[in-house]
Design a protein around this ligand. Structure first.
Ligand SMILES: N[C@@H](CCC[C@H](N)C(=O)O)C(=O)O
Length: 321
């Protein structure tokens, strides 16, 4: 006989800590979706249970991440940035769907900029830039086509010696694939581990509902990108192309990851060696983002990420919902 006791169990997730009505906006960048709130004084709740309940797709609003738009002057991390970059009036306080904090979110920062502009909390004149504080430093956003482009700053190897000597620093066990794969870990402010697969059929049969096991795991954990480089890698237009799926730290498989696309392009470009292009298009389940490498003002190589930002709804989260 079937035991239905499990069906009557009390819901485990509820945004309980929140005692007043919280206005929110829902948005996404290539299907990577976020709940945003305008919170100038940094008063909206941030505890992990609240964020996880808010981002729950069945009992909450549902999202990959939660973003508070806080004045930099209202947060210690923001005040530190203002000392060297007074233009960064707003700080993107980003949390993953499980409530953990992340240093940076590439899709999130475009949606954040669009949110601030739509709410008239910031201005971005044609040809100008908007400076946004993040835990990964100040990011500069400009308009680009129908969306936005962001100077994501320099990329870095997480284990430089191994990367340069062997082109890999770890092994990754991935659901659906028999053999562990070599991988290269890259920081975009937040950690990424990139695995190249030989063909699309391999990428399709990969199971990403469980986190791939990375050995050794970078100290802060990691986001895992599986990439299939196009064949030929570079089109007649001189642009490199990749297809990518991602398992995000603190979330699970998502439709897209902006910092992940930057890391995937950086790893593939490194593997391709001399003559690899500066411009890349990365196809993710939720769309396509552009990645361009350029010389930054301080003489290091920077990454620019471009793509759309869409706001889809506004609402009010009820107390104790
Ligand atoms: N989806 C984001 C990255 C969000 C943070 C990530 N899960 C982490 O924990 O580092 C992006 O678009 O970059």
């Amino acid at each position: 006989m079937t035991d239905f006791r499990g069906d009557t169990a009390a819901p485990t997730a509820s945004p309980t800590q929140q005692s007043s009505r919280l206005p929110f906006t829902k948005g996404h960048g290539t299907g990577n979706d976020f709940v945003l709130t305008l919170d100038p004084e940094g008063e909206a709740p941030t505890d992990a249970a609240f964020v996880a309940a808010l981002c729950d797709r069945h009992r909450g609003i549902g999202a990959d991440g939660y973003i508070r738009a806080v004045r930099s002057s209202a947060l210690p991390e923001g005040r530190a940035l203002l000392q060297t970059d007074p233009a960064a009036e707003w700080f993107m306080d980003y949390r993953n769907g499980d409530g953990s904090v992340s240093e940076m979110c590439g899709n999130g920062v475009r949606v954040f900029a669009h949110f601030l502009l739509t709410r008239s909390a910031a201005e971005l004149p044609e040809g100008g830039e908007l400076a946004i504080g993040t835990r990964g430093g100040v990011k500069r956003v400009t308009r680009s086509g129908d969306g936005y482009a962001v100077d994501m700053g320099p990329w870095e190897f997480i284990v430089p010696d191994a990367a340069v000597a062997r082109g890999m620093d770890s092994l990754v066990a991935i659901g659906g694939l028999d053999v562990d794969r070599p991988a290269l870990s890259i920081s975009m402010g937040n950690p990424h581990t990139v695995v190249a697969l030989a063909e699309q059929t391999e990428l399709d049969r990969t199971e990403l509902h469980r986190a791939p096991a990375v050995r050794p795991l970078p100290p802060e954990g990691t986001n895992v990108e599986l990439v299939v480089p196009a064949d030929p890698l570079v089109g007649e237009d001189g642009v490199g192309r990749l297809t990518m799926r991602v398992h995000e730290r603190g979330v699970g498989e998502t439709q897209s990851c902006g910092t992940g696309a930057c890391a995937a392009a950086a790893a593939t470009r490194f593997w391709a060696g001399e003559g690899a292009p500066a411009q890349w298009l990365v196809t993710v389940p939720g769309g396509v983002v552009g990645v361009t490498f350029f010389d930054g003002p301080e003489g290091r190589e920077h990454v620019q990420l471009s793509g759309p930002a869409v706001l889809v709804a506004e609402g009010i989260l009820l107390p104790g919902a």
